[in-house]
Design a binder for this molecule. Structure first.
Ligand SMILES: NC(=O)c1ccc[n+]([C@@H]2O[C@H](COP(=O)([O-])OP(=O)(O)OC[C@H]3O[C@@H](n4cnc5c(N)ncnc54)[C@H](OP(=O)(O)O)[C@@H]3O)[C@@H](O)[C@H]2O)c1
Length: 213
């Protein structure tokens, strides 16, 4: 499948490597594509680069991995119509610029409105699925943990969630579907919880698991 990855930070890099490794054709976007060339040393040559418009047009499946506060601005750079009907795996978190308090990140959203709901409303012809947001970039692809971790997803379109489920299974995750877009109000803050052991104790290698009877 052609996968367009919008985002060039540590998430963009980890997921580019993961999709390439799992045999997908990948284009990754940055406003400065020159910096993406440096990844070839670690990832190899199996991906192409482009601007956001080119990458959005290229991807049959898209991944959004930009700074949360820039997410709307980034998607505005896609050519109108190029997001229509596409699944967008949304890894973003609405992290505010102010520093954490006692290891607790600040968000610019509230518990009554998540970033993904905003994006879904604004880019209503795309099908957003929250995914990858509750774990560090270095663990997103086939993490070596004591058991298979849970990835919490949500979104309004069942076919898009089925696509996400397939990718996440490839990437070593047990998928927990939390329902429609509103569930992102609960999923996005898991990032705050995930980061606390890191900020307080430099512990960054863990993931969530939903235990069931
Ligand atoms: N880091 C993690 O471990 C982790 C884990 C889970 C979720 N997340 C979430 O995933 C997202 C990406 O995180 P990250 O750490 O990889 O990177 P980041 O530092 O949060 O963001 C870097 C990306 O944001 C883009 N960006 C910044 N301002 C922009 C603007 N005004 N217009 C368009 N694009 C803009 C940059 O584009 P250019 O290349 O053009 O500069 C770059 O692709 C964030 O929302 C983060 O909260 C991160």
């Amino acid at each position: 499948m052609n996968v367009g990855i919008i985002g060039s930070g540590s998430v963009g890099q980890a997921l580019t490597a993961g999709f390439v490794r799992h045999g997908h054709a990948v284009m990754v976007a940055s406003r400065d594509t020159a910096k993406l060339e440096q990844w070839r040393e670690s990832i190899g040559s199996g991906y192409r680069t482009g601007d956001i418009a080119e990458t959005a047009a290229f991807g049959e499946l898209l991944v959004l991995a930009v700074k949360g506060s820039a997410a709307e601005e980034a998607l505005d750079l896609a050519t109108p119509g190029s997001l229509a009907g596409k699944t967008i795996l949304d890894a973003t978190n609405p992290i505010a610029d102010s520093p954490p308090t006692n290891g607790v990140l600040h968000f610019f959203t509230s518990l009554e409105e998540s970033l993904m709901e905003r994006l879904q409303r604004r880019f209503s012809d795309a099908n957003f699925v929250k995914a990858f947001s509750c774990v560090g970039a270095h663990l997103m692809v086939n993490p070596a943990l004591e058991s298979m971790p849970s990835m919490f997803i949500c979104g309004n379109d069942d076919a898009a969630k089925a696509e996400a489920r397939e990718i996440l299974a490839q990437f070593g995750w047990d998928v927990e579907d939390m329902g429609a877009a509103e569930a992102a109000r609960a999923i996005e803050p898991l990032c705050i919880l995930w980061c606390i052991p890191g900020f307080l104790g430099q512990r960054w290698v863990h993931a969530f698991k939903l235990l069931k009877a």
